[in-house]
Ligand binder design. Structure first.
Ligand SMILES: Cc1cc2nc3c(=O)[nH]c(=O)nc-3n(C[C@H](O)[C@H](O)[C@H](O)COP(=O)(O)OP(=O)(O)OC[C@H]3O[C@@H](n4cnc5c(N)ncnc54)[C@H](O)[C@@H]3O)c2cc1C
Length: 421
């Protein structure tokens, strides 16, 4: 099969990217989704809080997804469900498999990666102790309760204050469980501030900052965990150990972009985000391969995923119509944006300066009162004032193309925090 655009993943990123391509007049598209339904992770996010930016109203995850699914159906964009993409070459040959057609080989002119992300597990943390039942990632517990209809346990400790863990603290409380505490190794939460208020404070669930789980107890079923305070180097402080009895431990300790296919296609990856390095059109280091959504960097709001997917669709249209200049066809020829003081990562990491752009970034700590600046090493090209930036919240920074007019192919820019306090 030969197509103009293959979209890998039918979650919010893949759906919005397909609609963006369609809006730009592209018709030869196919979405490949390994699940039996479109909608991605939103299918299990039955809480509200989605769509405030995109639709200006509060929707649940399935409602948000359905709006995009309806548009995809209306536009008659083809998709294959139960279809797992297993391999991809640099020349944009995509290999997939499904129970109806068996192995499928598709030669694409462009590919949009929209595979989302996966949760870090206990194995990644190497917490000592046995391997009893009752230790789950927060997203797995969410799936069990919201889709399968099972209750993972009754007495719960949550490790990590990422959004999924916070949302699950409230969800388990609603279902009658006793959520004893949330432990967070950092001195601040990695989740959205609104989720701390709405999911913990409203229900009197304590959060212990600078605490972690140092041992798992139990043989067949979890019986308890030992928690301890940590020092500034995140090492447990002797003498602060506390045994907490529980039958369930939920881990909400970070998400990692699904990057196996990106690696197979030899895409350049960003060591901080774990996703591909992209330019302002979300084109990766392989011309014609684009990426958006959580496969690129982990987003806290799905609305921003949809926005980013629109940009990727526009990039595909430019590429297919020969509108990408020599400069914009090769991501490595573009100016590189490096991160300076206070900034953990920035996306896109390369820019051409041909159009106005928006930078998405996260801080490496909590900072109050200051400016985020984009400099060319000598002078400040653009700046934006922030009252506070926190690592749990992705921030945005618009840059006008006029200020980028002098940047050279292969040049270097720096994004950094400057305190005004
Ligand atoms: C528990 C949880 C709670 C959240 N709460 C909120 C909230 O309250 N408000 C908010 O705005 N946002 C929230 N978010 C964030 C938002 O849901 C995500 O940012 C968004 O769903 C990411 O979209 P995506 O399309 O990139 O990834 P996903 O939704 O993960 O979709 C990726 C899709 O790709 C498919 N796929 C992966 N690999 C392959 C392959 N090899 N072949 C074929 N298909 C593949 C997957 O099956 C999946 O359907 C939450 C996220 C989670 C996990």
């Amino acid at each position: 099969m030969k197509v103009d655009v293959v979209i890998i993943g039918g979650g919010p990123a893949g759906l919005a990217a397909a609609l963006s391509c369609h809006k730009h007049g592209i018709r030869d598209i196919i979405i490949l989704e390994r699940d039996s339904h479109l909608g991605g992770i939103l299918q299990q996010c039955i809480h509200n809080g989605f769509g405030l930016h995109w639709f200006g109203e509060e929707l649940t995850g399935p409602e948000y997804a359905q709006r995009f699914i309806d548009q995809v159906e209306k536009a008659q964009i083809p998709y294959l469900l139960n279809t797992m993409v297993v391999d991809m070459d640099e020349d944009k040959t995509v290999y997939a498999i499904n129970p109806k057609h068996g192995p499928i080989k598709i030669q694409a002119k462009t590919v949009i990666l929209a595979m989302g992300c996966r949760e870090r597990t206990r194995g990644a943390l190497m917490i000592p102790g046995g391997r009893p039942a009752g230790v789950y990632t927060a997203g797995m517990a969410q799936r069990l309760i919201n889709i399968e209809g099972y209750m993972p346990g009754r007495e719960v400790v949550i490790l990590g204050s990422g959004d999924i863990g916070l949302i699950m603290a409230r969800r388990l409380t609603w279902e009658g469980a006793n959520v004893k505490m949330v432990c967070e190794i950092m001195p601040y939460s990695t989740g959205l501030i609104r989720n701390i208020r709405q999911c913990l404070e409203d229900y009197g669930i304590p959060i212990r900052f600078k605490h972690t789980v140092i041992k798992i107890h139990g043989r067949e079923r979890l019986e308890g965990v030992t928690v301890a305070q940590v020092d500034d180097a995140r090492r447990p402080v002797p003498g602060t150990e506390e045994y907490v009895s529980c039958d369930t431990l939920l881990l909400s300790v970070g998400l990692i972009p699904e990057n196996e296919l990106s690696q197979k296609a030899n895409l350049q990856l960003d060591p901080v985000t774990g996703g591909p390095v992209v330019d302002e059109y979300r084109q990766t280091s392989v011309p014609g391969v684009f990426a958006c959504g959580n496969v690129l960097h982990v987003h806290d709001l799905v609305d921003y995923v949809s926005e980013e997917a629109e940009i990727a669709g526009y990039g595909v249209w430019r590429y297919l119509n020969g509108l990408a200049s020599q400069l914009t066809r090769h991501v490595d020829m573009r100016a590189k944006i490096e991160t300076g003081y206070g900034i953990r990562y920035v996306v896109p990491q390369r820019i051409s300066g041909e159009e106005d752009i928006e930078l998405f970034f996260r801080s490496d700590n909590i900072y109050d009162e200051g400016m985020v600046e984009l400099t060319d090493g000598q002078k400040v090209l653009a700046s934006k004032r922030f009252l506070r930036i926190v690592p749990g919240q992705m921030e945005r920074f618009k840059i006008k193309k006029q200020v980028l007019s002098g940047i050279k192919p292969g040049g270097r820019l720096l994004i950094r925090w400057r305190s005004l306090a």
